[in-house]
Design a protein. Structure first.
Length: 312
C-alpha cells in the first residue's frame, strides 16, 4: 500500500514537472540596428516572459543567408512556435515551409503574407502610404519639388512608395526631382547618408520637401539638413514608423521632420505572443484570431498638433 502510494505520488510529480515545461518561442528579427525591428523583437520577448515562456531572440543583422540559417536552426531545435519580425516570405519560403511541415506554428510581423505562416500582423500599408503622401503635399500647398528616399526590398516600404507615386501622378504641380533607393541592408545608414547627401547637394535651393519611406532614413536626412543650419519649416519632411526619437524630432524646433504615420510596433509584438498563446497553447483555431492572412492594427498620423499625446 505504501509502495503504491509512493508510485502514485512519483507519477503525479513527474506529470506536474512535464506539464510545467515552459513553452519555447523562437524570434528572428531581420535587422535589429533598425529601431523598428528591435522594438518588435523586444516587445515579443517581454510579452513572452510575462507568460513565463522560454524565448530565443536572434538578430539576422540584415543578412539574407543568416536569416535563412536562423529559421532553419529554430526548426531543427524544435521550438514550440516562431515569430519573424520584418522577414521576407518570398525569399524564405523554403524555411517557412519547413517550419509548417514540422508542425511549428509561425507568425510574421510586418513581413507580408505567406501560405506557410498563420498570418502576418500588419497595418494597412496602402492607407499608411496615402496618409504620409497627402500630409506632405498639404504642407507644400500642393506645389513644389521633393526628394525621396525609398526602400524597395521590403514589401511595406515598397507599397508606401507606390502610393506616393499614385498621389504624385494626380498632383502634377509637385515634382519628384531626385530619388535614392536604399540597396544595402547591413550598412543601410551609410547607404542613406551617402545617397541623400549627394542628392541634397546636387539640388540645393531647388526643393522644399522630402519623403522618406521609414523614420530611420529620416533621422539621417534630418541630421544632414541640420548640419547646413536649416530649421523646422525650411524643408517639409514626412516619414513613417513612429517612436520616441521620431516624436522628439517632430516637436523640436531644429528638426525638419514634420510628421510620421506611427505604427504600433510594441502592440504588434504583444499581439503576436497573445495569438501564439491562443493558437499553440490553448488550442484555438487560427480563424478565432483573424479570418484572413493578415491581422491588421491601426496606425496614427502624428504631427505637432498631437505629438504630446505620444511623447513619454
Amino acid at each position: 500500500m505504501k509502495l503504491r502510494t509512493w508510485l502514485s505520488a512519483a507519477a503525479f510529480v513527474a506529470m506536474q514537472t512535464f506539464g510545467s515545461q515552459a513553452f519555447e518561442l523562437g524570434v528572428v528579427a531581420f535587422q535589429m540596428s533598425s529601431e523598428t525591428h528591435a522594438r518588435v523583437a523586444n516587445a515579443i520577448q517581454a510579452a513572452a516572459k510575462e507568460k513565463s515562456w522560454d524565448v530565443v531572440v536572434l538578430n539576422s543583422n540584415g543578412a539574407l543567408p543568416t536569416h535563412a540559417q536562423q529559421i532553419e536552426n529554430l526548426v531543427q531545435r524544435g521550438v514550440d512556435g516562431i515569430v519573424l519580425a520584418m522577414s521576407k516570405p518570398v525569399e524564405f519560403d523554403a524555411q517557412m515551409a519547413a517550419a509548417k511541415q514540422a508542425g511549428i506554428p509561425l507568425i510574421t510581423v510586418m513581413s507580408g503574407a505567406s501560405p506557410n505562416a498563420l498570418f502576418d500582423i500588419q497595418v494597412n500599408e496602402y492607407a499608411v502610404g496615402a496618409n504620409a503622401a497627402l500630409y506632405l503635399l498639404g504642407q507644400l500647398g500642393y506645389q513644389g519639388n521633393i526628394l525621396t528616399q525609398r526602400f524597395e526590398s521590403n514589401v511595406g516600404t515598397r507599397i508606401r512608395g507606390k502610393i506616393l507615386d499614385v498621389v504624385l501622378g494626380e498632383n502634377s504641380a509637385v515634382k519628384e526631382i531626385g530619388t535614392a533607393s536604399m540597396a544595402r541592408t547591413q550598412s543601410w545608414q551609410d547607404d542613406v547618408r551617402n545617397a541623400m547627401g549627394a542628392l541634397i547637394q546636387q539640388n540645393a535651393g531647388n526643393f522644399n520637401g522630402i519623403w522618406a519611406s521609414f523614420d530611420g532614413q529620416a533621422f539621417i536626412i534630418d541630421d544632414l539638413l541640420r548640419d547646413q543650419g536649416l530649421k523646422k519649416g525650411d524643408i517639409k519632411m514626412v516619414s513613417i514608423d513612429g517612436g520616441q526619437e521620431t516624436f522628439r524630432r517632430i516637436k523640436a524646433p531644429d528638426s525638419m521632420l514634420m510628421a510620421t504615420v506611427a505604427i504600433p510596433f510594441e502592440a504588434m509584438g504583444k499581439a503576436a505572443v497573445d495569438a501564439m498563446d491562443r493558437i499553440a497553447v490553448k488550442g484555438e483555431k487560427k480563424e478565432a484570431v483573424t479570418s484572413g492572412p493578415y491581422l491588421f492594427m491601426t496606425a496614427d498620423l502624428v504631427d505637432q498638433t498631437n505629438v504630446d499625446q505620444f511623447l513619454k
